[in-house]
Write a new protein. Structure first.
Length: 150
């Protein structure tokens, strides 16, 4: 089922600001807020399609018109695996077969690894005594589409 288009999501926090509630409130939280967090990765890609001429080559040739390009991108993104929020704009894939996947930091189509897995991510993000990452740190994304944007 295609995800509904939500317009407000296109305005991320300003540089230097953070989310007012970075932890997803899965139990008893505001459903609209959770939906916005769930939509963040897709909406970030759509923002880059609309404003930064991003186009994923796996979608074929980019339509000439901006509206047609957005519609085509939205159609393809509805087929992309769902990512679930971990904290602010850090995500893991949803569903079976995603164990051990690296945590991704998602900011539009600027996507980077932020942890080998959830445990490593928590260390990287929150451990005050974190050290430099050594050469053996080599995450490998396995989720179709999103791995291609890394």
């Amino acid at each position: 089922m295609p995800r509904p288009h939500v317009a407000w999501h296109r305005v991320p926090p300003e540089d230097g600001q953070t989310w007012s509630r970075p932890w997803p409130e899965r139990r008893g939280g505001d459903l609209d807020s959770l939906r916005r967090q769930l939509d963040w990765p897709v909406e970030g890609v759509l923002l880059d399609v609309e404003h930064n001429r991003f186009w994923y080559e796996g979608w074929g040739e980019r339509p000439a018109g901006g509206t047609a390009a957005l519609d085509t991108a939205r159609h393809h993104l509805a087929e992309a695996p769902v990512l679930v929020p971990v904290y602010a704009h850090r995500y893991l894939p949803a569903g079976r077969g995603s164990f051990g996947h690296p945590v991704l930091s998602m900011w539009q189509t600027d996507i980077i690894y932020y942890g080998l897995d959830l445990a490593d991510y928590m260390h990287q993000e929150f451990d005050e005594a974190r050290s430099e990452v050594d050469e053996s740190w080599n995450p490998r994304a396995t989720v179709p589409f999103w791995r291609d944007l890394l």
